[in-house]
Ligand binder design. Structure first.
Ligand SMILES: Cc1cc2nc3c(=O)[nH]c(=O)nc-3n(C[C@H](O)[C@H](O)[C@H](O)COP(=O)(O)OP(=O)(O)OC[C@H]3O[C@@H](n4cnc5c(N)ncnc54)[C@H](O)[C@@H]3O)c2cc1C
Length: 284
């Protein structure tokens, strides 16, 4: 799929609006899912894979994927934030009742429509599972539209695995085939040990009937994409979410430029046919 034909955002809010934290769910020691409720009437609609610009008052603003369900019609947003620097740490420690500024939604999002009638193979590593949760929830809401839904989720350790409860629920209900893998196991770990590429390599795939969604560290996505290509999956059926320095979110500042793309507008989700030749380009 070309950049031109990928779906545009369903809404484009350029104005920062205040949202209140109404829920906090610790995923790991450094990662939390915040549930945000608008303190105004203009609730935003979004597509799985889009992101918002979140502003911690007096600290700064960063791009954060939406990890919640686009079908939630009560206007709340869910974001899963890993505290790695000043802004993410400030957002991470915002308590119930605290206010966060929100702009968006921005970006392309996952193209789930092109997967209808076939298999969805979803591969995520670390905090890359955040935008993929939104894709899983969307696909599960229309479960009969897809044949298999396979989720391969990876983390450094079992304690770093995001959405473990969700994953167990989806798998126990028989809605998805789940493969979990970690770099370093704990004594009670029953999943795999190793990279996400290993279960991927053993998956039965049907080229032309398989759509892959990838999100995680760039080398992980490249290895997965190469593995899928070797198995005959066309590059246009492999979608990946690319992270670059995003500041304006509206294709003006140019910080997120990757070759001819401005990833805040033309990404973060692009297909591998578009991404592969560009991935060697360093960010500005
Ligand atoms: C489209 C898009 C979606 C994103 N979605 C999410 C999301 O859902 N959840 C989320 O937590 N983040 C997400 N990010 C990353 C986020 O925007 C910030 O880049 C990140 O949180 C760091 O911001 P900071 O200002 O806190 O840290 P900075 O001050 O920028 O960085 C502080 C230190 O942390 C390091 N660092 C920066 N990013 C990371 C990282 N990802 N992992 C480890 N170390 C890092 C830096 O190299 C630096 O040493 C997304 C980014 C993009 C572009």
């Amino acid at each position: 799929m070309s950049v031109e034909t990928r779906a545009r955002p369903v809404a484009h809010g350029d104005t920062m609006l205040p949202y209140r934290v109404v829920g906090r769910s610790a995923q790991t020691p450094d990662t939390v899912t915040l549930r945000l409720q608008p303190v105004h009437d203009a609730a935003q609609r979004f597509r799985a894979g889009q992101f918002m610009m979140l502003y911690s008052f007096g600290v700064g603003e960063i791009a954060i994927s939406i990890s919640g369900n686009p079908a939630d019609d009560n206007g709340t947003l869910e974001h899963t934030i890993r505290a790695v620097g000043a802004v993410s740490a400030a957002l991470h420690r915002t308590g119930i009742g605290g206010l966060i500024g929100v702009r968006g939604p921005y970006g392309t999002g996952w193209d789930l429509a092109s997967a209808i009638g076939g298999d969805l193979v979803i591969v995520g590593g670390g905090v890359g599972l955040a935008p993929l949760r939104s894709a899983v929830l969307t696909a599960l809401a229309a479960r009969s539209d897809y044949r298999r839904i396979v989720l391969i989720s990876g983390a450094r350790t079992p304690g770093d695995m995001l959405f473990r409860d969700d994953q167990q629920v989806w798998s126990a209900a028989g809605s998805i085939e789940l493969e979990q893998t970690v770099d370093r196991p704990a004594p009670d770990w029953r999943g795999r040990v190793g990279f996400v590429t290993e279960p991927l390599a053993h998956l039965t795939l049907e080229p032309g009937k398989t759509t892959a969604l990838l999100c995680g560290p760039e080398p992980m996505m490249r290895f997965c994409a190469q593995s899928l290509l070797r198995r005959g999956i066309p590059a246009t059926d492999i979608q990946l979410a690319l992270e670059r320095n995003m500041q304006c979110g509206v294709a003006r500042c140019g910080h997120c430029q990757l070759g001819p793309l401005l990833l805040c507008r033309d990404g973060p989700v692009v297909d591998y046919a578009v991404a592969e030749p560009l991935l060697a380009v360093r960010e500005l």
